[in-house]
Design a protein around this ligand. Sequence first.
Ligand SMILES: CC(C)(COP(=O)(O)OP(=O)(O)OC[C@H]1O[C@@H](n2cnc3c(N)ncnc32)[C@H](O)[C@@H]1OP(=O)(O)O)[C@@H](O)C(=O)NCCC(=O)NCCS
Length: 174
Amino acid sequence: MPLQVEKFKAIDIGRVCSWIKSEAAMVLWAGPSFEWPMTQKQLREQLRAAKGKAATLFPFGLYRGSVLIGYCELAQYNRKSQSANLSRVIISPKHRNKGFAQIMIGHVLKFGFGELGLNRIGLGVFDFNKLAIKCYKNMGFKLEGTLRESYKVGDSFWNCHVMSILCKEWQAKL
Ligand SMILES: CC(C)(COP(=O)(O)OP(=O)(O)OC[C@H]1O[C@@H](n2cnc3c(N)ncnc32)[C@H](O)[C@@H]1OP(=O)(O)O)[C@@H](O)C(=O)NCCC(=O)NCCS
């Protein structure tokens, strides 16, 4: 069955939420944007930023046929700075480690740099999320620095790496 990356369909909000089984998994995926227990309503409310001409959010789904197997967003779109952040990247637990995140991110970079005319796409990733970091490095993201102990989860402070890719770096990889 072929894979497609498309505009995320709100009907699939419940499927994304079903992949998040704990508070730690929620923060690993989405940082501090949701309250645990995460509800479909919370994600639906965040997706309001995707509406209208002044949208700052572009949610994408990775679909195999009609079934959603991945989700991510281009968020915090800033027209003046021609920048945005890749965020809330997730692949269904059953479909991980098959290169699907890299397929999905490849399409999103093409949309961001090609259609939106971005110059920079940044992201934040926790320093122990080695699989995600490998995936972003493979796509050409470079490490800019680390926001040390910038998130508190339970009794622990987590370090967040900031990474980015510039349009000229993406073009050089084509
Ligand atoms: C992070 C995530 C999106 C990656 O999705 P995925 O489809 O499994 O990733 P891919 O298969 O495209 O790429 C993973 C890469 O990491 C490598 N990898 C796997 N396990 C690894 C490990 N323990 N340490 C380092 N690299 C690892 C894989 O080999 C692959 O690299 P390769 O293509 O060079 O072989 C997925 O694990 C996920 O949904 N995690 C939960 C949510 C999350 O953490 N999101 C990121 C928020 S910043």
